[in-house]
Design a protein around this ligand. Structure first.
Ligand code: ATP
Length: 384
């Protein structure tokens, strides 16, 4: 390297890269930072864009902030990046408070929706820019740029300028530039939202693979629940400046805490019912039409009225009543090949969406047919 590794480390602040290692080794050896966000508040006048947020992010974790527009995702990312100041609370990285460290010395990699590339520079120059700013020697910088272009499959485009590249390629250049210093933390704010669906899906897979390769902690912002489920180790679901629930994609999808999370993540059927008995995590409920069924939940709930979540793919249909079944009338049925998409109205008045696999020789349900919808106790979840 690097004439003076210690100075480079100093210049790059908390998340300095180890640029003095051989390329292959350096590809793998970043251990991302742990981040502790404690009781953070950011207000604009009376309005709290971040309202007492606490979140512990593990070293090397891929964590996604997911929420509707205006829920405070970008605000939280900006507070971490240092673009905005906290009104209250504390953010620490690897145990050290970062409030007094300016953005450029936090050493985070950053990727935004707009690629923000320098139009007159080639791809190599764009990617090498942070190395130049950090005063990294030319040989090390060239090696690191080549290696990063290789990771992002951009080597063939090294001499192009941004205007000669597609949107997806430009975003990959922006990501390459963000990781070229091997930051311990990478912040990504809706980086894929300007891309079409197919491209988005392929770059999602690339970012996920990249995360495995470089080992940085990644904080990713999106309002796209599919993206969050595919990419994250954990998802923090936000609404109105608060984190409503934080958990793995399966926890969030299968065991949401409340109606907001259940409706925001995935397709959901919410059934009104009354909890008539509670034994451990198993509850006996009575539907509006008076049918009794059982469901699970670890949410803190008392007997009384409740909402029960059943995902469309967990519902089976049959002609005969069975335990845990409700009578319903088909209101629409679509044959989608391997799947049937059925809407049915229960006798209690709830409209249910059902996605079930096609079965050979079973006649397709039609509007007006009476049937029984059923599920296992484990397939439904009582919300708090
Ligand atoms: P989106 O997905 O639309 O980007 P978001 O979840 O990232 O939304 P934020 O950008 O964090 O939401 O904004 C949260 C709330 O704070 C919004 O209601 C927004 O209008 C408000 N807000 C953000 N920045 C400012 C500001 N500088 N002045 C006043 N209000 C602001």
């Amino acid at each position: 390297m690097a004439d003076c590794p210690a100075r480079t480390v100093e210049r790059q602040g908390l998340a300095a890269a180890r640029l003095d290692r051989p390329a292959d080794e350096a590809r793998r050896d970043v251990i991302g930072s742990g981040i502790a966000i404690q009781d953070v508040v950011k207000a604009y006048g009376q309005f709290r864009a971040a309202d007492h947020i606490s979140l512990d992010i593990q070293p090397g974790e891929f964590i996604t902030l997911l929420g509707p527009s205006g829920s405070g995702k970008t605000t939280l990312l900006n507070l971490l990046a240092g673009f905005q100041k906290l009104d209250r609370g504390r953010i620490s990285v690897d145990g050290r408070p970062i409030h007094d460290i300016p953005t450029h010395r936090r050493g985070f990699g950053m990727v935004f929706q707009s690629y923000a590339l320098f139009p007159n520079m080639t791809v190599s120059q764009n990617v090498g820019f942070p190395l130049r700013m950090a005063g990294i020697d030319r040989e090390t910088a060239e090696r690191r740029v080549a290696e990063t272009l290789d990771i992002m499959r951009l080597s063939d485009h090294a001499r192009k300028t941004p205007s000669q590249m597609s949107g997806g390629q430009q975003q990959r250049v922006a990501i390459a530039r963000a990781i070229v210093m091997r930051p311990k933390v990478v912040l990504m704010d809706e980086p894929l939202s300007a891309l079409d669906r197919r491209l988005r899906e392929s770059i999602q897979i690339e970012i996920r693979a990249l995360h495995q390769t470089i080992g940085s902690t990644i904080l990713f912002v999106t309002h796209d629940q599919g993206e969050a489920l595919t990419m994250s180790d954990r998802i923090a679901v936000m609404d109105a400046g608060k984190i409503i629930q934080c958990g793995t994609p399966t926890e969030i999808y299968r065991h949401p805490q409340n109606r907001f999370v259940a409706s925001f993540v995935g397709e959901s059927n919410l059934i009104d019912a009354e909890i008539v008995q509670k034994r451990g995590t198993t509850m006996t409920l009575k539907s509006r039409s008076g049918h009794v069924f059982t469901a699970e939940s670890r949410n803190a709930i008392d007997v009384g009225r409740a909402s029960v979540l059943v995902r469309p793919e967990r519902i089976a249909i049959s002609g005969e009543p069975a335990p845990n079944s409700l009578p319903a009338t088909v209101t629409s049925a679509l044959f989608l090949g391997e799947l049937l998409r059925i809407e049915a109205r229960t006798d209690g008045g709830e409209t249910l969406l059902i996605r079930c696999t096609d079965v050979a020789d079973r006649p397709l349900p039609a509007s007006g047919d009476r049937l029984h919808v059923r599920w296992g106790a484990n397939d439904c979840w009582v919300l708090s």
